[in-house]
Design a protein around this ligand. Structure first.
Ligand code: CA
Length: 226
């Protein structure tokens, strides 16, 4: 079972999160300060970190930078600061997801499962092959029939998410949550624009689609056209 380090100074939340996750079979270590947390991460190399931003000895954002300097461990930031700019900043600093306090036990579990699943997806096999499309997740390279395709970071994330779920119809809501990390919703327009750019780069159009197929009213799927 996966091991999780929780860094949270509020005793009530720390014990709640610890007991909930331990009940689900995770191996949990909890610390109340940033420096204890960093030491625990270095010593135990956990599979996931849940990090509170408001800590007594060091700002959580600073700690996040320090964690990223030594480890690629997935980090879920738990914060009372609901403002978008804080969330965006933590994602820019390398957080994998976030929870806004107060969060429910169900939200916590869902985020933990999702982040661990993503982490194991990419550590298992670094390449996804769908027809003539080869996506190297580590190198972030894409080739189509042997030709390199240049994608923006978001286009790459979108394509690799669809490729990881090739054949499945993915809803816009799921794309917003998983690729744009906006589980609270956002603009469909953003997705449409990126899909259209991606189509152009794959040499296809919505009317004459090969890999990227829109399922009207449901979502989009990536398929092997051969
Ligand atoms: Ca706190």
């Amino acid at each position: 079972m996966a091991s999780i380090v929780i860094i949270e100074d509020e005793q009530r939340i720390r014990s709640l999160v610890t007991s909930v996750l331990a009940e689900r079979g995770y191996e949990v270590r909890a610390t109340a300060t940033a420096l204890d947390g960093l030491r625990t991460i270095v010593d135990t190399a956990p599979d996931l970190v849940i990090l509170d931003l408001g800590l007594p000895d060091l700002d959580g954002m600073e700690l996040l930078k320090m964690i990223r300097a030594v480890s690629a461990v997935p980090v879920i930031v738990a914060t009372a600061r609901g403002e978008d700019r804080d969330i965006v900043r933590t994602l820019d600093l390398g957080a994998d997801d976030h929870l806004v306090k107060p969060f429910s036990v169900e939200q916590l579990e869902a985020r933990v499962r999702a982040v661990l699943r993503r982490a194991s997806d990419t550590s298992g096999d670094d390449r996804i092959v769908v027809g003539g499309l080869v996506i190297d997740l580590k190198a972030r390279d894409v080739t189509l029939d042997g030709e390199v395709i240049r994608l923006s970071p978001k286009e790459f994330d979108l394509l690799s998410y669809l490729a990881e779920h090739a054949g499945d119809v993915i809803s816009r809501q799921e794309l917003l949550a998983e690729v744009w990390r906006q589980p609270w919703g956002g603009s469909d327009k953003t997705i449409d624009v990126h899909l259209s750019w991606l189509r152009t780069k794959l040499g296809e159009t919505a009317a004459d689609s090969r890999y990227l197929q829109t399922v009207h009213g449901v979502g989009v799927k990536l398929v092997d056209p051969s």
